[in-house]
Design a protein around this ligand. Structure first.
Ligand code: ADP
Ligand code: MG
Length: 507
């Protein structure tokens, strides 16, 4: 089929979407919530109609998919393969969705607007040893990994910090929970404070979707597709990239390195092992690796127990004690634990961090889903009972990052039955399960059959801040990331290959 005949391909859907700006203005500005819902529904139906037509025209679908992959490669949306993660001789396209996903504009803007408050919150927590000690007291009894991180934190606190500059690079993740009255609300999944991924080559997704729009000439007329240029916003002062053995994501790192290079900032890449063997502190606590002084340590590893050997723990302690700026420092990493997230949801806790700012507290709290303690005692016992009675409504979370660690459904009962009488249960927290409304899409992933799937999306919002002593020098929201996975799977981290990158189609 010729390109220019695409317009005739979906005429009715196109008319609906062509009229969208007008309808959108009328409904959104002049009518209340319920009508907005109806409008969103009609757009979703039009998109669905387009998808249905693609399903029944495999030739057209194949043509579009082939083009999509080529354009992704041409735009630089490439990733190393899982078979050869440490070689750039063979690369493939970064897994992505064929269509952008509709996201209500209000929720999207809400997530962007609250980001600077989350930046401030994480920064305050990282500087509050009493809070962290109390919040994590039960967790460090049961979870060896958190305990080891906490030991380093304590050590640095006791010795006294030498470096007044603190840099944070966060990503707060959200899903849209479909409430009973059919309105969706933005609910936070977690805040990532270490090795935050999701920028670099991925920034090109909107470009690919925009190109497909011109091929398809249908599905996003009148709606907003974002370009963001995340990567530029991140690269201000990074020097030592600490990376892990498997380097599938290196092409993303290279985007940052390129930005730093453009600013004449030299980057070195090393592993924990290298720092452990060839790193040292001088009398002023300056950190040297291979004879080079390190200004900033940027961790792209160090968030999972299997990233550490005994020597790696020693190297981590040395870097934390050093004068180098840490991205993140150990306190900031601990501020991103699931246990801290749960403690923050308790009444009065946010107020402690924002004593005279009830609006800020309200905005942050509005994004919290139900979070429940499993500490020993009555409250924790209640949580156990509640989870055992309705496991499908909850997610059981250990203090782990990186995806694939959470527990769902009947597995929750199995785990809780084993640990409920002992302090082992305090290694977990319980969270309400967010129930998003599925949206149909095609996920393009190498070696996976092409099929239409019901998908759930997760919106990540990036935040950056810099503090020097008591002065906040910078506090910004610097972009977003949309990830999409099949509704049939419980979770899909970027590195697990289960989810694809996507772009929001703002409604
Ligand atoms: P990790 O630190 O391993 O990324 P997350 O808390 O982000 O842990 O959970 C991993 C994934 O599990 C999320 O990306 C999301 O897909 C799913 N998930 C986590 N919490 C919830 C929840 N409360 N409701 C629904 N899905 C969730
Ligand atoms: Mg996550």
């Amino acid at each position: 089929m010729r390109e220019d005949s695409a317009t005739c391909f979906f005429p009715s859907s196109e008319i609906v979407l062509f009229l969208f700006p007008l309808i959108h203005y009328t409904f959104v500005n002049l009518f209340p919530e319920r009508l907005k819902f109806l409008l969103h529904r009609s757009i979703a139906m039009a998109t669905e109609a387009i998808l249905q037509r693609l399903i029944t025209n495999p030739e057209r679908l194949k043509d579009l998919v082939d083009k999509a992959k080529d354009v992704a490669l041409q735009s630089g949306m490439v990733i190393r393969t899982k078979e050869k993660p440490n070689s750039s001789e063979v690369v493939t396209y970064y897994p992505f969705s064929l269509f952008p996903t509709p996201v209500p504009k209000a929720a999207f803007l809400q997530a962007l607007a609250v980001q600077t408050h989350f930046n401030t919150l994480v920064d305050k927590i990282s500087q509050d040893p009493d809070f962290l000690e109390e919040a994590l007291a039960s967790t460090i009894q049961a979870d060896d990994f958190t305990a080891k991180l906490f030991d380093i934190y304590r050590h640095v606190q006791q010795e006294g910090r030498t470096q007044p500059i603190v840099v944070g690079l966060l990503r707060s993740d959200y899903m849209l929970d479909q409430g009973e009255c059919r309105t969706s609300s933005l609910k936070q999944i977690e805040i990532n404070t270490i090795s935050v991924a999701g920028f670099g080559v991925i920034d090109r997704v909107p470009e690919v979707h925009r190109y497909l729009r011109t091929c398809n000439s249908v599905f996003i007329i009148g709606l907003t597709l974002f370009n963001q240029g995340n990567c530029k916003s991140f690269c201000r002062a990074v020097i030592l990239f600490l990376f892990e053995d498997v380097q599938t994501s290196i092409i993303n790192h290279r985007c940052m390195e390129k930005e730093l290079c453009n600013r004449n900032i030299p980057v070195i890449r090393r592993k924990f092992e290298d720092v452990s063997r060839r790193g040292s502190l001088d009398d002023d606590k300056k950190l040297f690796v291979d004879g080079l002084e390190v200004a900033v340590v940027y961790y792209r590893t160090g968030y999972m127990p299997n990233h550490y050997t005994e020597q790696a723990w020693d190297a981590r302690l040395m870097m934390e004690r050093s004068l180098a700026v840490k991205l993140p420092d150990i306190g900031t990493q601990l501020a991103g634990t699931k246990k801290v997230q749960q403690v923050l949801s308790k009444p009065g806790v946010l107020e402690k961090f924002f004593p005279d700012q009830p609006r800020v507290v309200e905005r942050i709290r509005a994004t919290f889903a139900g979070l429940y303690t499993l500490d020993m005692g009555l409250e924790g016992d209640k949580t156990v009972e509640m989870a055992l009675a309705a496991p499908d409504q909850f997610v059981l979370k250990p203090q782990r990052e990186g995806g694939g660690n959470n527990i769902y459904g009947s597995d929750i009962c199995q785990v809780l039955q084993q640990v409920k009488e002992s302090t082992e249960r305090t290694a977990y927290i319980l969270m309400d399960k967010i129930q998003p409304t599925p949206v149909q899409n095609y996920m393009l992933r190498r070696d996976f059959p092409l099929q239409i799937s019901n998908c759930d999306s997760e919106l990540g919002v990036f935040g950056v801040y810099v503090r020097q002593g008591k002065d906040t020098v910078m506090n910004e929201c610097v972009g977003h990331l949309l990830r999409t996975k099949s509704s049939e799977v419980s979770e899909g981290g970027l590195t697990t290959g289960i989810c694809v990158v996507d772009s929001p189609l703002l409604l």
